[in-house]
Write a protein that binds this ligand. Structure first.
Ligand code: ADP
Ligand code: MG
Length: 762
């Protein structure tokens, strides 16, 4: 990886996972073999009928079998990439493949198992170790974590997980995610914490984590900024950005039979992935001038990683079992194409949006402020000392004392000042010659001074703390470079790297030899006899023929895949057309033409979020009808119902003043009954009636059970007066007016008598 190279290919490696328990239990055949030396993947066709069909061979930059180690893979394939990110290049690692083939295993690995850690944690270690060994450089490392699900971007580090972010584009820095949070991290621990928080958030929104992760793309972004003094005496900043992408599962989402929402969902899930495929095809094709980056969020965001300013490694993950052979082949073909993408990586020097620059400037500004403060302070102290009669000439140089002494001095200075003020306060208190008022005034003054002093001190401390906090975020290495173990470790790493490099070169050479074999064979051959010539040429013919066959088979496979894809697209198109027709039907039949026209006039297409939007009504100047207020509401903002007018007058609620709020209180009808009034009865008659009633009462007393139960509850005297009204009711049909009665006959719980409905005719 040399700097001078202007263009380089996307590196593609393939990793085949081991058979899992289920596959072994079901005794599936393994159809994939891995030739690590040659960098080849060989796939047999498992079908019996095709016994004579040739195995399919794919060659890649490197291949890893089921027993490959995470660290070995990191050293060989990912370390050089991360190393170049530390130099200021952009780098991207994609993990591509069917669900369950080891994408997440490759990217994240198994937590808590150092042997099985994936690229992401290994890169943390790598980056911070590099920084600790650096010299005369200042680093700033920050991390972001986002997810794309159904073409919506979610910030996995934000507090509000329901929020969706948008993509924006700036001419100088390109495409970015607006409002994406990023965290400055100072150590491996901190950045691991950031990753864990993101991972937790990722699973929070999902009902089924497996399904969710297989349908969404997760992108972990590490930005490394490095500032170094250049030969020109100026500080230069290099910014490298590392995108670590765990893509959605590449298997086809079934769209067949889906309609409406479900269809839309299914088409959206794989949109980013098929757009990625289209971008790769267009880049490799060479004939197409248009690269469809804009077709999906993923391809827009990672535009630079595909044919742009970045170094890219794509890891294609496959499974070995026979039942997956179709998906495995698709994955291999897909990644085989990606090999031919050419990138143009370059070091990003002094970009406009470097955060490190901002930090440095801010720190310098704060420091100047602090300096000014302590300068003021010192001058004051100098003046003070001079006043005390000190004739020390060396004091002048005291002003340029170094910072460390300044730190010690600071505490002394504050203490001195405080003590002095305290002393003065005491002196005032003790001074009996002063008038009480004068004393109070002076004391107040002193207290205010002390308060000011305290405030000033606090402000100074705050400023110093801020500077310290900001400085602590900038990482510098080189302090313990002489550390022995460190040195040994470094040597070990270097050795490992050398071995990896050696392996790579060996593989390349082998690959080249293979391909050259066929060409050179022809040149050096001279035949001793005709028979020999025939033999050799027959052999060659056979070889070439088999090659032709495999190419033909490949073409057929591709055609089949193409046809399948086309049919699926046609099906989607049909479904969408049907959907559209329904919408048309509704619009044509149920929406007035002028309303539709108004809406059409207001609607416009916003390119950025790729959505139709509505212009606000007031901006349409030529349509007066929509702008003016209706005439019918004189004196009001809008027409009001009579009820609303009355309600506003009766209950002037400021909150609803201008609104025509419907009041949903119940409309109670006016009462049509009157209170019952007893007829006036002559006293004689009343007495007779009383008598009559009492008589009857005696008969009723026999309802022993009722009485005994009541008798327990009520005092004896009350139970006596009770009997009257109850017994009188059935005959007279009127309520008793006896004021002593505390027991209403219509009260529930007296099952012996019919209950009154309380209505008396007029
Ligand atoms: P994906 O993210 O592609 O859906 P995972 O990474 O979740 O797949 O892997 C599925 C399972 O296979 C996990 O249990 C993982 O531990 C296991 N696995 C994948 N690759 C390997 C490997 N190279 N070695 C051992 N186990 C693996
Ligand atoms: Mg996964």
């Amino acid at each position: 990886m040399s700097k001078s190279k202007s263009s380089e290919s996307v590196k593609v490696v393939v990793r085949c996972r081991p058979m899992n328990e289920k596959e072994r239990a079901a005794k599936y055949e393994s159809v994939v073999s891995v030739d690590v030396k040659l960098g080849q993947i060989i796939v047999r066709n498992p079908r019996e009928s095709s016994g004579n069909e040739l195995p399919k061979i794919f060659t890649f930059d490197a291949v890893y079998g089921w027993n490959s180690k995470q660290l070995e893979m990191y050293d060989e394939t990912f370390r050089p990439l991360v190393e170049s990110v530390l130099l200021g290049f952009n780098g991207t690692i994609f993990a591509y493949g069917q669900t369950g083939t080891g994408k997440t295993y490759t990217m994240e690995g198994v937590r808590n198992d150092p042997e099985k850690r994936g690229v992401i944690p290994n890169s943390f270690e790598h980056i911070f170790t590099h920084i600790s060994r650096s010299q005369n450089q200042q680093y700033l490392v920050r991390a972001s974590y986002l997810e794309i699900y159904q073409e919506e971007i979610r910030d996995l580090l934000s507090k509000d997980q329901s929020r969706r972010l948008e993509l924006r584009e700036r001419p100088d820095t390109g495409v970015y995610v607006k409002d994406l949070s990023s965290f400055v991290t100072k150590s491996v621990r901190e950045i691991e914490h950031v990753m864990n928080v993101g991972n937790q958030n990722r699973s929070v929104g999902a009902t089924n984590m497996n399904e969710h992760s297989s349908r969404s793309h997760a992108i972990f972004v590490i930005t490394v900024e490095c500032s170094e003094l250049g030969v020109d005496g100026e500080n230069h900043i290099r910014v490298g950005k590392l995108n670590l992408v765990d893509l959605a599962g590449s298997e086809r989402q079934t769209k067949t039979g889906a309609q409406g929402e479900r269809l839309k969902e299914a088409t959206k899930i794989n949109l980013s992935l098929s757009a990625l495929g289209n971008v790769i095809s267009a880049l490799v094709d060479g004939r197409s001038s248009h690269i469809p980056y804009r077709d999906s969020k993923l391809t827009r965001l990672l535009q630079d990683s595909l044919g742009g300013n970045a170094r890219t490694v794509m890891v294609a993950n496959i499974g070995p079992a026979s039942y997956n052979v179709e998906e495995t082949l698709t994955t291999l073909r897909y990644s085989n194409r990606a090999k031919n993408i050419k990138n143009k990586p370059r070091i990003n020097e002094d970009p406009k949006d470097a955060l490190l620059r901002e930090f440095q400037e801010e720190i310098a500004r704060l420091k100047a402020q602090l300096q000014k403060r302590s300068g003021k302070k010192k001058r004051r102290r100098l003046r003070r000392r001079a006043g005390e009669g000190s004739d020390d000439e060396g004091l002048e140089s005291g002003e340029t004392e170094d910072d460390e002494e300044d730190g010690d001095d600071k505490g002394d200075y504050w203490r001195e000042q405080q003590e002095k003020l305290e002393k003065e306060r005491k002196a005032i208190l003790d001074d009996h010659s002063l008038v009480a008022e004068e004393k109070a005034r002076l004391l107040k003054e002193k207290e205010k001074k002390m308060e000011d002093l305290r405030k000033e001190r606090e402000a100074g401390e705050k400023l110093a703390a801020k500077v310290k906090a900001m400085e602590s975020k900038l990482l510098v290495g080189g302090k313990n470079i002489v550390d022995h173990t460190n040195e040994q470790q470094r040597m070990l790493e270097q050795k490992r790297q050398e071995i990896a490099e050696q392996k790579r070169r060996e593989r390349e050479m082998q690959q080249q030899m293979e391909s050259r074999d066929e060409e050179t064979l022809e040149l050096k051959e001279t035949y001793t006899s005709l028979q020999q010539e025939v033999d050799i040429k027959t052999k060659k013919l056979k070889k070439l023929f088999s090659k032709l066959q495999s190419v033909k088979a490949e073409i057929q496979d591709l055609q089949e895949a193409h046809i399948n894809e086309r049919q699926e697209m046609e099906q989607i198109q049909n479904e969408l057309t049907r959907d559209l027709k329904l919408k048309h039907l509704i619009i044509e039949n149920f929406i007035p033409l002028e309303e539709k026209n108004k809406i059409v006039n207001r609607a416009f297409f916003d390119e950025e979020p790729e959505e139709w939007k509505m212009k606000p009504i007031t901006r349409i100047e030529d349509d007066h009808q929509m702008m003016s207020r209706p005439r019918s509401a004189v004196g009001y903002w809008r027409p009001l119902s009579h009820h609303a007018c009355v309600a506003m007058m009766l209950k002037p609620d400021m909150r609803y003043k201008a609104e025509n709020i419907i009041m949903l209180d119940m409309d109670i009808p006016a009462r049509t009954t009157k209170e019952y009034q007893e007829p006036v009865i002559a006293p004689k008659l009343a007495a007779a009636l009383e008598d009559a009633l009492r008589d009857e009462d005696e008969i009723e007393v026999d309802a022993s059970s009722f009485h005994s139960s009541l008798g327990q509850m009520l005092p004896a005297s009350a139970s006596g007066s009770l009997k009257k009204p109850k017994s009188g009711r059935p005959r007279t049909g009127k309520k008793s007016s006896t004021p002593t009665s505390s027991y209403s006959p219509s009260s529930p719980g007296s099952p012996l008598y019919p209950q009154s409905r309380g209505l008396v005719p007029k």
